[in-house]
Design a protein around this ligand. Structure first.
Ligand SMILES: [Zn+2]
Length: 439
């Protein structure tokens, strides 16, 4: 008895495994059957695997436009679609598509569930490549999976296109708008305008467009749709003029917030300008005095409490020196208190006090920041009104992630490819249905 059971188990586990069996397990297409799997070799080396697909006799063919059953018309020559490589061997689906005569659409090719349009790749392969292209560069993906860069590009394009068409934009309440430098030089074309969702529950890239003009932002908001724009409660941006106007114009109901990280950026830039000018002045006068400012760029720009060790000693010496740079640094550091206020009123009072001190500092770059802050005071104070509602630091974080992608620019060749890569990595897009998940 016991032995009988044992031997039947052994017999069961010895069933010959065929590729067809696996395919039927992981990916079955209604109306089609896997008829044959063949390995083609040359000089003893495996070259390709061909999986022949045939129509299921009992199931009617369907129109590729409306997917309704339709009577047959004729049969086209056999075609091949690239499938996920098995054991590192390029693998193809082979099938002779039939044509149907649809009552509504006339004579068209039948609906073929493993592909879309005239693409030479199966959806499984496209989804497979697209998922890997998030982890590897596109070129690496192509090499590892025995295909071309172009095939990876087309796959990601299809994947992103699907995601953009199916993404949910309801519930977007806060957006961050920013410009990103891309490519070389300062031509208009080397900037991007990005729109992020920065709600506490969801941070993602919503839109990206070339250049940083009013037209760009208008186009972006238009593509997000009237409903999204009208539903916005917070818009976060830098003090970049064209953006301010468009936001006031299109999303007037939303509270416009000037972002903390941008203001810190302006302050740092001003400190650096003071340092550079002073360094030049000192070099003319005496070499020893100039040494105090050497290699001090980063210690000066970092948050004061984060500077440690030798850099700290040098910084302390510099601060004791009464150089203009030391005064600029002190102003920058004092401004950090501003962000800790809870009441808008007190924050406003601090801002006035800070600007008053900066205006008397006799440091032109610092005065310029003070004037800029005064001009935009209401928008800056909005930061306190939006506290807790928007995810602060989200814009900065997403910007950094974008730079990681754009720096891989050598892999992208064109602007369009990079745009697709950005949506792919930062858009949090939904993915095509799970029947295409195969890895
Ligand atoms: Zn039809």
């Amino acid at each position: 008895m016991e032995r009988d059971r044992e031997s039947s188990r052994a017999r069961r586990s010895a069933i010959q495994l065929q590729v067809k069996t696996i395919l039927n397990c992981v990916q079955r297409f209604a109306g089609f059957v896997y008829s044959d799997v063949r390995l083609h070799s040359r000089k003893g080396k495996p070259e390709s695997i061909e999986i022949a697909v045939e129509p299921h006799r009992g199931i009617p063919r369907r129109c590729s436009h409306c997917r309704r059953p339709a009577p047959g018309y004729d049969c086209q020559p056999r075609r091949r679609w690239l499938f996920v490589p098995l054991w590192g061997i390029p693998t193809w689906f082979c099938y002779a598509p039939r044509r149907v005569e649809c009552a509504e659409h006339g004579v068209v090719v039948e609906y073929i569930p493993w592909t879309e349009g005239k693409r030479p790749l199966t959806c499984s392969m496209m989804a497979f490549l697209a998922r890997w292209a998030r982890l590897l560069s596109w070129l690496e993906t192509a090499r590892v999976f025995l295909t071309s860069w172009e095939a990876v590009y087309r796959s990601v394009e299809w994947f992103v296109g699907w995601g953009l068409a199916h993404r949910e934009l309801r519930g977007v309440e806060s957006i961050g708008v920013d410009e990103i430098h891309w490519g070389r030089g300062l031509r208009a074309d080397s900037f991007l305008t990005v729109i992020y969702q920065i709600d506490a529950h969801c941070r993602r890239l919503l839109w990206v467009g070339r250049r940083r003009s009013q037209t760009t932002l208008r186009r972006g908001l238009k593509e997000l749709g009237e409903e999204v724009v009208k539903g916005l409660r917070f818009v976060c941006s830098d003090m970049w003029k064209p953006y301010l106007q468009v936001i006031a114009d299109r999303a007037g109901q939303a509270l416009h917030v000037l972002d903390r990280f941008h203001i810190t950026g302006h302050l740092n830039q001003a400190v650096d300008e003071v340092r550079r000018a002073e360094s030049r002045r000192l070099q003319v006068k005496s070499k020893t005095a100039a040494r105090q400012l050497k290699h001090m760029r980063w210690p000066l720009l970092r948050r004061g409490s984060h500077v440690r060790g030798r850099a700290r000693q040098k910084l302390n010496a510099l601060l004791a020196s009464k150089l203009a740079t030391a005064r600029a640094w002190e102003l920058k550091e004092t401004f950090r208190h501003f962000w800790h206020y809870k009441s808008v009123l007190w924050a406003g009072a601090f801002l006035d006090y800070w600007c008053y001190r900066a205006m008397r500092s006799r440091l032109e770059p610092m005065k310029r920041v003070a004037r800029m802050l005064r001009t935009h005071e209401p928008l800056i104070l909005n930061w306190f009104r939006a506290k807790g509602e928007i995810s602060t630091g989200a814009v900065e974080g997403l910007n950094n992630k974008i730079r990681v992608v754009t720096r891989r620019a050598y892999g992208f060749r064109t602007y369009e490819a990079m745009e697709i890569a950005l949506y792919h990595t930062l858009g949090r897009l939904p993915e095509p249905e799970s029947t295409h998940r195969f890895r």
